[in-house]
Design a protein around this ligand. Sequence first.
Ligand SMILES: Cc1cc2nc3c(=O)[nH]c(=O)nc-3n(C[C@H](O)[C@H](O)[C@H](O)COP(=O)(O)O)c2cc1C
Ligand code: SF4
Ligand code: SF4
Length: 589
Amino acid sequence: MTSVAPLTPMSLGALLHRIDHEWSTRNRIFDLPTARIWSPEPDVDLGFEFLGRPCATPIGPAAGPHSQMTQNLVLAWLGGSRLFELKTVQVIDDLEIARPCIDMQTVGYNIEWSQELSVPASVDEYVKASMLIRMLSEWEPLAEHLGDGPGEHVFDMSVGYDLAGISGEKVAGFIAAMLDAGPVIERLRPEIGSAPESFARLADVDFGTRIADTLTLSTFHGCPPHEIEAITRHLIDVHGLDVIVKLNPTLLGYETVSAIVNDELGYRDVSVKEQAFADDLQFERGIELIGDLADYARERGRRFGIKLTNTLVVDNTRGVMPDDTMYLSGAPLHVLASTLLERLSDALPGRLAVPGHDGEVMVSFSAGVTKENLADTIAMGVNPATICSDLLKPGGYGRLAPMLRALATTVSEDGFADLDSWRRHRQERAVAAGHRTTCAEHVAAIRGEGREPFALSGNSKLPREVDHDLEMFGCVACNFCVTVCPNDAFFSIRTPEDSDLESRQQYLVLAELCNECGNCLTFCPERGDPAMIKPRLYSDVSVFAAHEGQGFLVSAGRVVDYRGGDLEAATVGALLAAPAGDPLGGVRP
Ligand SMILES: Cc1cc2nc3c(=O)[nH]c(=O)nc-3n(C[C@H](O)[C@H](O)[C@H](O)COP(=O)(O)O)c2cc1C
Ligand code: SF4
Ligand code: SF4
């Protein structure tokens, strides 16, 4: 499976119809049940400042599959995310990514790059998400699930990968559109007026036109290390942005990385790519750079931070995805990034904004964050902890709210009501236990007796399998394909009572939202690829015509054309006609 599957985003109007229809028939939004919507704890304030901007919770999606499309960002917000590192935008916006591109069977591997949409389409997705979040904050049916209110959130842009690309017209246009999205908002606004009544009444809402004014620079995918300084200065000087530089685990050096991954954690089969270390930023230069850029930003009234880390470049020895190289994330990366944080804070005394140093350089984090380690991660002083791999596991976006609840419980059980005072307590406790900082304490734990959840032995369990070939209708109905899909391309319909079909639920794919990433294939317990075997619904005639294989063109809730058998088409038609059947409520996107 190597064909490129471009995404076709849903219009704002279609998304509003979909929400309205799904809520009234199933009490869900984009397949997320109300029990997984984050409602802030009244007694614990989980808020923090992201480069000076208030953020109501310290978690959110890391740049990746969860921060590319509108419904993904909305799902992450409903789950409790309040800091969003948007999918990286770059000058090459017609990338051909080999498929499948995600392999989360054990730890985490991918071969993705940056956004798969054109730059203008990416702008639209981010603006639509921002508008939808604003509307949902005021949407009456949701009010009882948002407690005292959702609180503030921040969209953080991500761009890559070199000075020429970033300073060129395309990326500059992207940044300008995110700084002032007024024209895009006014172009989209009429779609609200023709949405169902509960949304149409919000058509005159005063949407903020500044979608994002902070930016995280990706230094991955061959970003020349000698250009990092010039790119950051450019972003500060030309666009007036507050900037974070996302660093790579290669900063630790090949010997340390391979000793941790292969020897300490036992991933003997992971072949760390030595060449990537030579090509990347070196530790000594990194230290100079962080200090210099922090000074440069401060002198210009701007803020500067670092993010630890992007993924680790390794040889592709698994054979699940094409390409010779793949990028490791998840549990082992957590140990690398935490170790790097300890080394950087030691090398830059008093400069990083973490307990025990109390400097000005904010540290954002993305490396194997899970519900189990979130509290210890946040205690290290990172702001925020962003997540990618864990959200690609069964439960998907529904994993966010339990993470926040667990964090709030820890803070509250320690006797605190906000993150800052709780972190001070954790730092005092770490020092009393003989550690210099909470970070040093965490690193000692995860490289010592607490190593198991990060080591091979704690990450070798494979997804469940059943001895059955997957069919178009009927399956074990585990729902994994719905929750692991970052794009919410899968949905299920309860099998009508008068149907001959066996399973209680039927699973269908909104083909235009599926980029064939392969994540549902990994987790489906049956044999076969759900994204290809389950009925693929199209709503755009040209996209339908451009694809091969089985497919059903749907309009106003009915099958109007199809490739495949007559019986299958009749069955899909009957399913869509069932109560709550058509997820689009009969509307064409
Ligand atoms: C499928 C996938 C796509 C990603 N795409 C991007 C990207 O576009 N830009 C970026 O800076 N990082 C990207 N990343 C890296 C993540 O943002 C994150 O830094 C990394 O996966 C570590 O976090 P995790 O262990 O929670 O996955 C991607 C990661 C994955 C797994
Ligand atoms: S349906 Fe499956 S292959 Fe398609 S985007 Fe979702 S998880 Fe990926
Ligand atoms: S298609 Fe596979 S993953 Fe989806 S519900 Fe059926 S068995 Fe589960």
